[in-house]
Design a protein around this ligand. Structure first.
Ligand SMILES: Nc1ncnc2c1ncn2[C@@H]1O[C@H](COP(=O)(O)OP(=O)(O)OP(=O)(O)O)[C@@H](O)[C@H]1O
Length: 275
């Protein structure tokens, strides 16, 4: 077992992130352990996607450091799986769903290429796990947003990554498939010790699964368990203005005050009600 196997799956140390000369957040210390499920929440434009990009080696930190699977983030790591924010494929694209999933295979960790048969078998297994078997042979551009999304998740799991970064993977999925995807990710982290970092605007579907939340807002952040972070007191402190966190029939509803317009942009339909 290497040191990387013993340490955190993700570590930020006194990290600062800035884009175009603007600091999005600074002073972030965060460890995510193998097998942990972390949700990254917050209004639009607070730097959630950019945080994932820093772990993919696509965005330099302006200060501090980051590690992922025991290494400095770099492009193309097979240890890191990525489900990007949804973009529809071109309707005329000839690539089939199954081909997209197979593109996620890159041999094993020791660089031995997989046989075509092995890649196909693994792809079929994952396609079934995301419930996409019936349409995986269709051209990807002809599939619905939710169908494409499920295939992207299968693709991201092909290399058995130690860390899975998901950027709003529940978008376009109906409730049943949201639950199916969350259960699949939950099973992965329990059985394979994969750390899951998920950016989402949909708080309620993830609550039964997540261990911790990193909540970014107004250039600051709060982290802890859902019960620690999703409180009126904690979010009011974070936003610097009164915020109410309500429990309504088992659901969490965050109500932003008029002085926190960005809060009302954090608009998972079941999450924020403008005051
Ligand atoms: N390459 C770039 N150059 C300049 N600004 C950028 C760049 N990339 C992102 N930004 C800006 O950085 C901010 C954070 O973007 P990011 O995509 O990380 O936000 P987010 O929290 O994921 O938002 P959303 O919830 O809308 O997806 C935004 O204001 C965005 O316009």
């Amino acid at each position: 077992m290497s040191d990387a196997d013993n340490g955190p799956a993700v570590r930020f140390t006194d990290a600062t992130l800035s884009v175009g000369g603007r600091v999005l957040w600074s002073g972030l210390d965060l460890d995510v352990q193998p097998g942990e499920f972390l949700a990254i929440l917050g209004p639009n434009g607070t730097g959630k996607t950019t945080l994932l990009k820093a772990l993919l080696g696509l965005q330099q930190l302006a200060g501090g450091s980051a590690q992922v699977a025991g290494q400095t983030p770099h492009r193309g790591s097979s240890q890191v799986g990525y489900v990007p924010q949804q973009k529809m494929f071109d309707a005329d694209l000839g690539l089939r769903g199954v081909d997209l999933v197979c593109l996620g295979a890159d041999g094993d960790r020791f660089g031995v290429p997989w046989s075509r048969k092995r890649v196909r078998a693994k792809a079929a297994e994952l396609i079934e796990a995301v419930g996409a078997t019936s349409y995986a042979s269709a051209p990807i551009g002809r599939l619905s947003g939710g169908e494409q999304q499920r295939l992207r998740i299968a693709q991201a799991l092909m290399s058995d990554p130690k860390v899975l970064l998901c950027d709003e993977p529940l978008t376009s999925l109906d409730l049943r498939h949201q639950e199916g995807v969350l259960e699949l990710l939950d099973q992965r982290r329990r059985q394979r010790n994969t750390a899951v970092l998920m950016v989402t605007h949909e708080i309620n579907p993830i609550l039964p699964f997540v261990d911790r939340i990193l909540y970014l807002a107004a250039g600051r952040f709060a982290q802890g368990t859902p019960d620690e972070v999703l409180t009126s007191e904690r979010l009011s402190r974070l936003y610097g203005t009164p915020i109410d966190v309500l429990r309504v029939r088992g659901r969490v509803v965050v109500v932003g005050g008029g002085e926190a317009p960005e809060a009302t942009h954090h608009c998972g339909a079941d999450v924020v009600i403008p005051a």
